[in-house]
Design a protein around this ligand. Sequence first.
Ligand code: ADP
Ligand code: FBP
Ligand code: MG
Length: 319
Amino acid sequence: MRRIAVLTSGGDSPGMNAAIRAAVLRGIDKGLEVFGVYNGYEGLLEGNIVPMKRKNVGGIIQRGGTILRTSRSDRFKLEESQFEAIRKLKDLDIEGLVVIGGDGSFKGAMKLCEKGLPVVGIPGTIDNDISGTDYSIGFNTAVSTVLDAIDKIRDTAYSHEKTSIIEVMGRGAGDIALWAGLCTGAASIIIPEAAYQIKDVITRIQAARERGDKDCIIIVAEGVCSAEEIKKELQEQIQLETRVVVLGFLQRGGTPNAYDRMIGSQMGAKAVDLLLDGNHGSMLCVKDGKITYSPFEEAAKEVHEIDMSLYQLALSLSS
Ligand SMILES: Nc1ncnc2c1ncn2[C@@H]1O[C@H](COP(=O)(O)OP(=O)(O)O)[C@@H](O)[C@H]1O
Ligand SMILES: O=P(O)(O)OC[C@H]1O[C@](O)(COP(=O)(O)O)[C@@H](O)[C@@H]1O
Ligand SMILES: [Mg+2]
């Protein structure tokens, strides 16, 4: 293998740049020519592929987002597009691809592998919802960003004795909500993985207020419902006035923290090693605190599960 390419796909996440940088530098160190595909699978279909030199990845490790930019590409889901993508790489004699992205991007990566292209995946999404890995790059930074925002909201909520409902991202997963809830001492955490009843939320809020909490926080994962819906229910059922904050893209951007830079760097380099060693058709993962890898098919069989012991802990601490 002499030429490889790297792309980022799906939602960007802090730490993706560290992974791009490490893949490029490791590739160059191993004597390869490394290319960057701009704009994810969409860019691959358009042939938006450029050589990456050391200077192209200088000064990016501390930047959020992805310098290669990203996309969501519906047309890439078609078989003919996947063959076209492989042709675009073959035209440049590129023999291996590193895909940095989330669960959706890995489905696309598997389709490319099935059609004969050597691909290695690096998990990168703030949602932490990828099967086969305990961690995906960006989650840690995103949670820290959410904590920072909530800490600020609490200052003013305390001053006005207001209950706040914070809506966080995560798609179908409650990891961001659960971590943010535990780490801010939220009175109630609403996640897709646990059945939610408004009467339980009310009980917890009332208990917190009776204990003297002046800045009650409710955290709701976007995968359950909107914060506005919870606000409406609380208004109707107990005439409680609340404030809603939807954190949105705020939580996806920002400077990657040490952990995401570290995991990104390790996985970026390891992805190149796996391509060179013939261990393609696989994805990097974190298992029991160690970086390892497994075939896409094996990883896909696993279901990403939230740590319910953390949810039980949160319930116990907010009862
Ligand atoms: N079943 C699939 N087959 C082929 N490509 C897919 C499939 N699912 C997703 N993709 C590709 O991966 C891209 C990114 O997926 P998405 O779910 O948006 O983000 P993420 O990878 O961050 O989860 C999609 O826009 C699409 O191009
Ligand atoms: O950028 P968009 O298209 O608005 O998507 C928002 C979604 O992207 C995310 O930020 C990241 O999700 P993915 O990693 O699956 O792309 C989700 O938390 C959120 O639901
Ligand atoms: Mg996803």
